[in-house]
Ligand binder design. Structure first.
Ligand code: CAA
Length: 246
């Protein structure tokens, strides 16, 4: 198998970056999307290039259809046709249901769930026509088990796996696999935003006794993206240190 083109939404973030590194390490050319630059883009590109990886960064607001269309066009020009899509972009806006505003609900659903549709629409038809493709959707342990303070986030992440199983059935015959990866609590900025006391209570419930490393998720994503992942489709992978077992 030659070098493939991989696109990772939110590719410059804590988990996204680790996924990009692992895909690049597997020999793929990587495109990371970002919403805000703030000096992050040059830093990320510098790191990727210093390791000898082929990498590009493209702006994309996954909540905005037109932005996704423009991103797909730019990606094609910069890198070529996307073979591997990792829908990783996601946000939290935690709060008990009682306090949750409509804005918090909408922002999370638009980003985490509509974003998966908006971006997948740009690439999946092309993959099916070419007879090879990989879609890997990043969900969460909290979409599997629910979490106090995350009705919005848990609903969006649970919804992702319904999308995965349905699309997997539609494109299986075209050489395209679609899978979900559901990470647990990782040592990333998103988890560090949770108040220390609450975070510690959560860590105390993880049988392995620590937060996960983003690279531990990236390695599974790279496997699913590989040729050896060809028989895996419509599946969900829990990587959560034992926090939730099913
Ligand atoms: N179960 C039952 N009751 C709980 C509870 C729980 N897990 N947590 C808190 N409560 C209770 C509190 O004791 C409190 O009770 P009283 O009113 O009787 O005192 C009440 O519920 C209100 O709770 P808080 O004081 O915590 O309310 P708050 O508004 O200050 O905070 C919150 C709410 C921000 C949601 C906070 O609970 C929180 O941060 N929870 C953790 C959310 C979380 O895990 N987010 C994950 C982010 S990372 C991520 O999402 C990545 C991933 O995929 C894993």
């Amino acid at each position: 198998m030659g070098q493939r083109i991989a696109l990772v939404t939110g590719g410059l973030g804590g988990l996204g970056s680790a996924i990009c590194h692992q895909l690049a390490e597997a020999g793929h050319s990587v495109v990371g999307t970002y919403t805000s630059d703030g000096g992050r883009v040059d830093k990320w590109l510098g790191e990727m290039k210093s390791k000898g990886y082929t990498a590009h960064a493209v702006h994309c607001d996954v909540t905005d259809w037109d932005s996704c269309v423009a991103m797909a066009q730019e990606t094609r020009t910069l890198a070529g046709d996307v073979d591997i899509l990792v829908n990783n972009a996601g946000i939290t806006k935690d709060g008990t249901f009682k306090k949750m505003t409509k804005e918090s609900w909408d922002r999370v659903m638009r980003t985490n769930l509509d974003g998966v549709f908006n971006v997948s629409k740009q690439f999946v038809t092309g993959m099916a026509e070419r007879g090879w493709g990989r879609v890997i959707n990043i969900a969460s342990v909290n979409g599997r088990k629910g979490q106090f303070g995350q009705t919005n986030y848990a609903a969006s992440k649970a919804g992702i796996h319904g999308f995965t199983m349905s699309l997997a059935q539609e494109v299986a015959k075209n050489g395209v696999t679609v899978n979900t990866v559901s990470p647990g609590y990782l040592a990333t900025e998103m988890v560090m935003k949770v108040k220390e006391e609450i975070r510690q209570q959560i860590i105390d419930q993880i049988p392995i006794g620590r937060l996960g490393e983003p690279e531990e998720i990236g390695a599974l994503v790279a496997f699913l993206a590989s040729q050896h992942g060809a028989f895996v489709t419509g599946a969900n992978f829990d990587i959560n240190g034992g926090l939730h077992m099913q």
